[in-house]
Design a protein around this ligand. Structure first.
Ligand code: ATP
Ligand code: MG
Length: 199
């Protein structure tokens, strides 16, 4: 199975294409979308309340039977580390399950700064989906992380220059977000009045 974690503030087609291409390329049975609690890398920014981010993820996943939503990181206190999430999902799924931890290629350059990267690569295979401006490249990792070549795979996908931060800025500035995320998610953003204030 695949696991795609994120702040999802808000979820958008970049996330959904990453999940769908991983399903197809890696022949996964399903992808678990895992909204983060207060994310360790984003302590400086105000993050939309978990209930609203979760609601948007649920709306986005509703029409795809291969997408499931996990609240595991929302139920935990304090920051969630990917390695803990993968360990917990493994425990639930049983020892035979192969887990692909899906990330965008922008996450790859700082893999070594993550909490326990080697353990993460033991527990899961890292599936890296291309993101514009971040070519897939393991050369800088191979010296300090020799297992990278075996435990990190590239998932080529249409590169979408869509980001949650840009979507938030767009809403705040009154610019369009249509066609960059599911219609139901845009409707929810408008109904709840999310992102109207610039950060
Ligand atoms: P922000 O701009 O707030 O950082 P984001 O768009 O990067 O938001 P996140 O919730 O931070 O979204 O991302 C969750 C995961 O999805 C990360 O692994 C990220 O690399 C990946 N991801 C996000 N957007 C894309 C995209 N357009 N294409 C491929 N992967 C993406
Ligand atoms: Mg991001």
């Amino acid at each position: 199975m695949g696991l795609l974690g994120g702040t999802f503030d808000p979820i958008h087609y970049g996330h959904l294409v990453a999940a769908e291409e991983s399903l197809y390329r890696l022949r996964l049975d399903r992808v678990l979308l895992v909204p983060a609690g207060q994310p360790p890398h984003k302590l400086g920014r105000r993050v939309t309340p978990a209930a609203q981010r979760l609601a948007m993820v649920r709306l986005a996943a509703a029409d795809n039977a291969a997408l499931a939503v996990s609240t595991i990181e929302l139920e935990r206190h304090g920051p969630s580390y990917s390695v803990d999430t993968v360990a917990a999902v493994r425990e639930q799924a049983g020892p035979g399950a192969e887990i692909f931890f899906i990330v965008g290629s922008d996450a790859l350059p700082d893999l070594l700064t993550w909490y326990r990267p080697r353990r993460l690569l033991q527990l899961s295979t890292l599936a890296v989906v291309s993101r514009p401006g971040y070519p897939f490249d393991l050369s800088h990792l191979s010296a300090s992380l020799p297992e990278a070549a075996q435990r990190i795979v590239h998932v080529p996908a249409p590169e979408l220059a869509i980001s949650s931060s840009d979507l938030r800025a767009r809403v705040a500035a009154g610019r369009p977000i249509r066609y960059q995320l599911p219609e139901a998610v845009e409707l929810y953003i408008r109904q709840q009045g999310l992102y109207i204030q610039s950060p």
